[in-house]
Design a protein. Sequence first.
Length: 550
Amino acid sequence: MENRPTTSNFIRNIVIQDLESGKHKEIITRFPPEPNGYLHIGHAKSIVLNFELADEFNGTTNLRFDDTNPTKEEVEYVKSIKEDVQWLGFEWDNLYFASDYFEEMYNRALLLIKKGKAYVCDLCPEEIREYRGTLTEAGKESPYRNRSVEENLDLFQRMRNGEFKEGERVLRAKIDMTSPNLNMRDPVIYRIVHESHHNTGDKWCIYPMYDYAHPLEDAIEDITHSICTMEFEDHRPLYDWVVRECEMESQPQQIEFARLNLTNTVMSKRKLKQLVDNGVVDGWDDPRMPTIAGLRRKGYTPEAIRNFCREIGVAKNQSVVDTQMLEHFIREDLHAKAPRTMAVLRPLKVVITNYPEGQVEMLDAENNPDDESMGMRQIPFSREIYIEQEDFMENPPKKYFRLFPGNEVRLKHAYFIKCNEVIKDDEGNVVELHCTYDPETKSGSGFTGRKVKGTLHWVDANNAMSAEFRLYEPLILDEEQEEDETFLDQINPNSLEILQGFVEENMKDAKPEDKFQLFRHGYFNVDTHYTTEEKLVFNRIVSLRSSFKL
Ligand code: ATP
Ligand code: MG
């Protein structure tokens, strides 16, 4: 991977200390997604952090599927997560499934029961909630809290055997119902779920809860630094309790950092799934989605996403990052890489009346004026061309330097043309322009006779290829997403605009995921789903300019 400047952060400092003090000889991190949806840009932050930290100090990173909940997890998600991590440019040292540890987790639960640290509770979910108390009120002990070890072992065995219905019984850690930390008030650590699991099938009908399973997964894998987001800060005492009371040899350290939030973006798999399920978007990889698959399909590169993740840094305070910052990094990456080309998105035909009928000439154009090594191409020019509808006005305001009756403009890579006549249909819409060109003004000929203020892009009408252009606006109108459920009311009805236009014919060999800078329009990516042999379909990744400054 490319050289990167090492930016310091508090987690990296902890790692350096732990290596220097000899607490650890080698660090082991993990990226632990639950396979209940596709990865999003927030996950990328965690991936970059975990993999690059281990990489920098010659450590190890595991990809671990945290698949302890059979109801929401699917093999499709496992596959997509692996693809996305690799596409971002990372290789895991080990691939694990938390569900492979179910037997070990069960045995550790038996240990807790034998130590008098866990009990089977018959309260229903509502009662458990009621007994838990509140931040200002201590909880009440469950009447089942003091069952004997024998009875607990028997009931837990029977839970595993499938003798009870969902919600009828749970296994709880026996900690402290008066703790000021609600997470420590005898949390549920196993529940009954009669559903098939994507990995273990019907072998189990009891499943460990996140707060019990996660520390064990980390300890089993000898994770040294278990990095998670801030909402787990209050769970850390429970994390440490589980590692200690289950007598795990390895003692991972949980460290929390602020999750990534982006303006005009929902960022939770649960909400993203709703967008997919309600048909608001046409799949997890819709270019409007903040998923890795969506960003990729829109045209983002792994480099741009990695650079963005490094730039936002790692801290504990919550903030919302401007989406324009993400856009900055794709512009920066493609500015150097993407060949320039011309396309007309909303075509208006121009007939050059003094250009010989049937003649076609080839004009030279550089593929990237900033990089000679990207070479030249030839663009056909003839009597009929298309320009952009918005580059003509019949009655222009002051300072309009594009085409209007009597005005002369430069055609990029070609000649000056002057508008003489405007052809309209019965309703008065402009359908065609008649212009003349000046053969003296050919681009590159050194012509200095006179200057014009406007330069327009164009394509040759007889040789251009039809193409579809998909332009995107933010999917969510709300700039900042609150933790509410109203985001479905905040959907931007104009998040996608589809246009039918033309591109230069020399783009005929473009392949899905090829990226171009379309002169004056921005950076575009050839779409992977809609492009056919007959027609190229382009997603606009980003426009050319923004006021955003790093
Ligand atoms: P979601 O609510 O989107 O499902 P999650 O935290 O439940 O997110 P997991 O699959 O459990 O998703 O997350 C895998 C890892 O990615 C965790 O370590 C989690 O902390 C991290 N992660 C998830 N969302 C973000 C985010 N927005 N910013 C940074 N890290 C994140
Ligand atoms: Mg989750």
